[in-house]
Design a protein around this ligand. Structure first.
Ligand code: GLY
Length: 218
């Protein structure tokens, strides 16, 4: 999918220590087989990693690998990795392209789409960031089958959110467990998010709807 859209270049992968051992080799091998060079930076899994210091460490890794503006960042992981990789891509050399490869349901239906990137600082969550749209979001729904049930439930909160804010049919669809096609449900969530983001990319009004439940959830 990457080779179909981008010329061979260096791909700086950001991932975490839960996801990279599972999918890192597959991703790097397939990129290298398609003519891309790869460099990977792995952070500890979890929200506590979403810091400016960790973004700086990833940027140092890109500097060492001589990543240029014609190269790319690839986020392999959930929301934390996606937000950080997107933010690093937004500020490195004043902005380089990035690809989101979400590996959690939450990242698939919400954080990988729409271009919000950020890190947490001591004053609060997501207080430093940028709007920077990914060049590609690539989701393999097979990966979601191996998710811990608690992580899957975490993502379903976002699916239910879309149902409550904008699509009562979607809400009814997911109300009966195991009665629906997850891929179709994900596609519908992304469609809803796309429609909202197209109208209010920079979060001045309507996009606030997508934060329904977020403060409580966080
Ligand atoms: N996660 C909410 C938004 O992208 O606006």
């Amino acid at each position: 999918a990457v080779a179909e859209r981008f010329k061979p270049c260096t791909v700086a992968i950001l991932s975490d220590d839960k996801v990279f051992p599972l999918y890192g080799k597959t991703v790097t091998d397939s990129l290298e087989a398609a003519g891309f060079k790869t460099v990977a930076h792995v952070i500890p899994n979890g929200e506590q990693s979403k810091t400016l210091d960790n973004v700086t460490a990833f940027i140092d890794c890109m500097v060492k690998a001589q990543v240029t503006r014609t190269d790319m960042v690839l986020a392999l992981g959930g929301g934390v990795v996606g937000d950080m990789a997107g933010f690093a891509a937004a500020i490195y050399l004043r902005g380089i392209p990035y690809i989101q490869v979400p590996t959690t349901l939450l990242a698939a239906v919400d954080s990988s789409v729409g271009g919000k990137t950020a890190v947490d600082i001591s004053a609060g969550k997501n207080l430093v960031g940028a709007f920077h749209q990914p060049a590609l979001v690539y989701l393999d729904t097979e990966n979601l089958k191996t998710l811990d049930p608690s992580v899957l439930r975490d993502g379903f909160a976002e699916v239910i959110k879309y149902g409550i804010i904008l699509d009562s049919k979607l809400f009814d669809t997911v109300a009966t467990p195991n009665s629906f096609d997850l891929t179709k449900v994900i596609a519908r969530c992304i469609e809803i998010k796309r429609d909202v983001v197209e109208q209010d990319e920079f979060d001045k009004g309507l996009r606030g709807l997508l934060n329904f439940g977020h403060t409580f959830g966080h």
